[in-house]
Design a protein around this ligand. Structure first.
Ligand code: CP
Length: 313
């Protein structure tokens, strides 16, 4: 693997899932791969899971890890040909090349603005680093994608499924703030690669990009969509069509125990209790969110392992 910016960078997804599950059994079997190699993690936005799980994954592989909260460093300029007489002290052209002197792999978290749709879709921060860095880039959640989360989600479904073709439903849920579409986008993209019965439910006005959903069935009736679901993945996202807006929704879309029934509850975390999902679900045995978070280590580890193996060739 040369880089990991979307799930399509994985050559064979079902093999990668099985390899990640095997890594769980023996996480320190490949410490030689990361010997004298450094992962630099750049955070333009906050993180709990991604930061700790990716650092742990790198250390499981014997790597050194350096972390920079970019907002604590110089303000970066991303525009070409700009006269830099305002707040930005350094251009990404120099910054990406300089960081590449210290890193064998650079991992980046950079959320969207949710104000300028075209700019967000262009993935200007992630792509600037891909353009100017001289080492592989790993996406730790960009404007439109969260591929490490999607891989952890796929690993979790593979571990827990009790039928060969489980019914998996992605359900929108309410949230007081405008959130990105990245987790939903990557989950939908990943689910289309698996041999499952997959559908999406959300209120009208919360359609994701058709480039992402393609032919996945969409049901605007949540209770109907969730019937007999084996896995219910709940996530909020702001409107894609009325970009970044939180439009009012009349029906109650919070996931309840009654709606979930016997299915497994999935969420990427962090989650707002009794807004996205009621306590009775989150505190029940049907919730698999902690296993999902645990699997973030092994999704990152299989990705870093494949990139390190490629660096050796
Ligand atoms: N799920 C996830 O990416 O969590 P963090 O935002 O805490 O990294």
């Amino acid at each position: 693997m040369k880089q990991y910016t979307t799930i399509y960078d994985i050559e064979n997804i079902s093999n990668a899932i099985q390899e990640a599950i095997a890594l769980k059994e023996n996480p320190f079997a490949h410490t030689h791969l990361g010997n004298n190699k450094t992962l630099v993690m750049l955070f333009f936005n906050a993180s709990l899971r991604t930061r700790l799980s990716t650092e742990k994954a790198a250390k499981n592989l014997g790597m050194n890890v350096m972390i920079l909260n970019v907002n604590d460093a110089w303000n970066l300029e991303f525009e070409e040909g700009v006269i830099m007489n305002l707040n930005a002290s350094e251009h990404v052209k120099e910054a990406a090349q300089v960081i590449s002197q210290y890193a064998d792999i650079i991992a980046i978290r950079a959320f969207p603005s949710l104000q300028d749709k075209e700019k967000d879709i262009s993935e200007w921060i992630l792509n600037s680093f891909i353009n100017y860095a001289s080492v592989p880039i790993v996406n730790m959640e960009s404007a439109t994608m969260h591929p490490l989360q999607a891989l952890a989600d796929a690993i979790t479904i593979e571990e827990l499924k009790i039928k060969s073709k489980p019914k998996v439903v992605l359900s929108w849920a309410p949230h007081p703030k405008a959130l990105p579409q990245a987790v939903a986008n990557s989950f939908v993209t990943m689910m289309q690669e698996l041999d499952i019965n997959f559908s999406i439910t959300h209120p009208r006005g919360y359609e994701l990009s058709e480039d992402i959903t393609k032919n996945v069935p969409i049901n605007y009736n949540q209770e109907e969509a969730l019937q007999n679901a084996d896995f219910v993945y709940v996530k909020n996202w702001s409107s894609y069509t009325d970009y970044g807006k939180v439009s009012p929704v009349e029906e109650d879309w919070m996931l309840t125990k009654k709606k979930l029934n016997t299915g497994k509850f999935m969420h990427c975390l962090p989650v707002r209790r009794n807004v996205i999902v009621e306590d009775a679900v989150l505190d029940s045995e049907n919730s698999v969110v902690i296993q999902q978070a645990h699997n973030r280590v092994f999704s990152a580890q299989i990705v870093l392992k494949k990139i390190l193996e490629n660096l050796q060739t």
